[in-house]
Ligand binder design. Structure first.
Ligand SMILES: [Zn+2]
Length: 273
């Protein structure tokens, strides 16, 4: 396995006393592929740690360790590293969202950026936000007299509305096709703001979906649709139910894994605590 130089950021590169070039990145294995973690050597440290430095997650490694020792040590602790990496990366991400000014959100698995600006004309109502695209950035204009707190509320309300509508469109486009494929019907479809679930299926056939699903990749949303529709046949989580889900959605295992890994981040968005 190769771990070593970062070609684009070689300012991290160091040469060890022995003359061997020190490794500067560690390829952390994640379910989505590899993630390059910058390595920072510390003469004072005696154990490995993950830290946030200058807005990114880095691996702090005792200076005395050789490349071979690092590789053995990190290789055997991948799960531990991954868990801690996710926790730090999330905190980092949350800290970066300044609702009144700029930030990012996820939209069907893709990062979208937004910025908040003063509206140039006085015609914009105080409680409105005017939205336009500027390249790949959402540009949200607010009345110039609004406080940061008022802007934050408006931007959050816009985002919730935007994700709700997007999920509705997504469901409208696909739910019937999945229902037909499974051979079931369904009643009313509602978009809800749940704290602890992605969807539900009532005995009446009405379906509910959590609007925060619009942050997840489309294929994960598909899984949730298939899951709820299969409850039209089995109103439980029996082996027969899971067999049916897997027959109609072969990537069930992967979708459940995505929800396990990222679901709490999606669920946490705009929760009023
Ligand atoms: Zn279920």
């Amino acid at each position: 396995m190769f771990f070593g130089r970062r070609t684009n950021k070689n300012q991290h590169a160091e040469v060890a006393a022995s003359g061997a070039e020190r490794a500067v990145i560690w390829p952390l294995k994640t379910p989505d592929g590899e993630r390059e973690l910058p390595i920072v050597y510390s003469a004072r440290k005696s154990s490995i740690a993950l830290k946030v430095r200058k807005g990114e997650v880095v691996l702090e490694i005792p200076q005395r360790l050789t490349n071979g020792e690092i590789e053995r040590l990190l290789g055997s602790r991948n799960d531990w590293l991954h868990k801690h990496y996710l926790r730090l990366a999330e905190r980092l991400h949350e800290d970066e969202i300044l609702w009144h000014s700029h930030g990012e959100f996820e939209f069907f698995g893709e990062r979208q950026r937004f910025k908040v600006v003063d509206a140039d004309s006085g015609t914009l109502k105080k409680k409105a936000v005017s939205v336009r695209r500027e390249g790949d950035i959402w540009c949200l204009s607010c009345h110039a007299s609004l406080s940061d707190c008022e802007r934050k509320r408006l931007v959050q309300a816009w985002l919730e509305q935007y994700l709700r509508q997007a999920l509705q469109l997504h469901l409208d486009a696909r739910l019937s096709r999945f229902a037909q494929q499974i051979g079931v019907d369904f009643g009313k479809v509602e978009i809800k703001g749940y704290k602890g679930r992605w969807g539900s299926c009532r005995s009446s056939g009405d379906l509910q979906f959590n609007w925060r699903l619009a942050q997840a990749p489309e294929w994960v949303v598909d899984y949730v649709m298939v899951h709820e529709l299969c409850h039209r046949i089995h109103a439980n989580h029996s082996a027969a139910f899971w067999q049916l889900v897997e027959r109609h959605f072969p990537h069930t295992r992967q979708a459940k894994q995505q929800l396990r890994l990222h679901g709490h981040r999606w669920i946490d968005l705009l929760q009023k605590t």
